[in-house]
Design a protein around this ligand. Sequence first.
Ligand code: SF4
Ligand code: SF4
Length: 412
Amino acid sequence: MNQAESALENKQGQLQEKVKKEIEREFDKEFIRLRENTGFSEEYEYFLHILSFQLYPEKFKEYIGKPLAGISCVQMPCELFDASGFHPLRLCSGSFAVQRLSLPHIPALTCPFIKSITGAFYRDESIEKLCDLIVIPSTCDWTVKLPEMTGGKAESIHVLELPHVKESERGVKRWTGEVYELKRILKNYSNKRSFRKHLHISINRYIDAWYALNELIQLKRKKLISPVLSMVVTNAFMLDSVESWTKNVQRIIKMDHHHIDNSRSEIFLAGSPIFFPNMKLARLIEEAGMHIAADELCTSERILTSVPVYDEDSEYGMMKALAESYHLSCSCPVYIDNERRIRNILYTMRTNGIKGVVYHVLKGCHPYDIDSFSFERKMKEEGFRFLKIETDYSKEDRMNILMRLEAFRETL
Ligand code: SF4
Ligand code: SF4
C-alpha cells in the first residue's frame, strides 16, 4: 500500500468511526425523549431495547440465531420467511447520520429512506450487511435502483417484480407467481421439510400479532396511549421473534390506561413512512396540540394490514391467501388502481370523528407526492381539512413545521 492509499484508508476509517458515534447519539437522544414522553412506562423498555439492536449488529444476529432476510417493504409475506426458517427484518432506515456514507454514491434528491438504507450498506458493520438475503419488491423507482446503489455490498439480493395494476386478474396472477418464486428461493436456502405444517404455524403467529396490533390501535383511537409510543412499538416489529413482540404488545394492552389529553385535536396522518429514530413529525404533531388518532403509515398501523383468509389449510390455499392479503390490502400509492386507499381513509375519519389530515411527504418520495394532489382535492370536497408537510430527516425545518401545524390546529 503506498502513502496515498494508506492516507485514504485512514480517512475512511475516521469517517466510519464518526458516523458510528453520530448514529449512537441519534439513538440515545431519541431514547431520552421517549422516556420523558407522556405515558411512557416500564412496559415500553422492551421496545427500546430491541430498537437498540440496530447499534449492535453482531449481537442482534446472535440473539436471533437464524438466517436474516432483509426486506425493504411490508408487502412481503413475513409468514413465508418464518416458515422457511428465516427471520424477516425490515431494513432499518431512520438514521440521518448514516446518510453521510451514501452521499458519494446516489443522487442528492433520493428519498431519505433509501439514502439511509444505502448508507447502512456502506458502513463497516450494519445489520443490513449481516443479512443472508435481501428481498426487494419493485415498488417505486428508488427501490428498483436500490440493488445498483448498494454497490454489490449486499450478500445476495432478490427482486420481486410488483405488478402496478393490482386489482386485475393479470396483476393477481403475476403477483402470486412472484410469491411462489420467493418461496422457491427461500426453500433453497433452508431446505425445510414439512413446509405446509410450518406455514400453518407461522400464519397463526402473525394472526396473533395482528390482533395485538389492532388492540393497540384502538387504545390510540381512544386517546389512551401516545401515538409516538405506539409508533415506537410498530417500528420495533421484526427486531425480535414475532411471538415475543406480540407478548410485549399484550403487556401494554393490559396496563392501566388513562386519557392522555382530551383537549388535543384528532388528526389522520397520511403519507410516507416514519422510521425510528427520526420521529420528528410525529413528535411535532403532539407538540402542536394534536393527536394522531389514525394513520396509514407502513411503519405504523399498516405494518400488518390484514389476515389471510383460507378455507382449507392445503399449501396452495395458504399461499394463495397470503399472496392476496399482502397485495390487495396494501394501500400504497405505488399502485395505479388505488381507490380503496381514499375510501378506507374517509371511512376511518368519519367513524372516528377526525376532522383533518396531515399529509407527510418525504422529499423525493414521488408516489406519495404525486398522489397528494388528488388526495387533497378529495379531502376538501368531503369537507375535511388538509395540510401537506414535505420534509426529510434533518432538524432545520423543525420550527417552521411546528408553526404550520399550530396554525392548522386552529382550523380544526
Ligand atoms: S411506502 Fe409503500 S412501497 Fe414504500 S415501504 Fe411502505 S409499503 Fe412499501
Ligand atoms: S415509496 Fe416513497 S418512501 Fe417508499 S421507497 Fe419509494 S420513495 Fe421512498
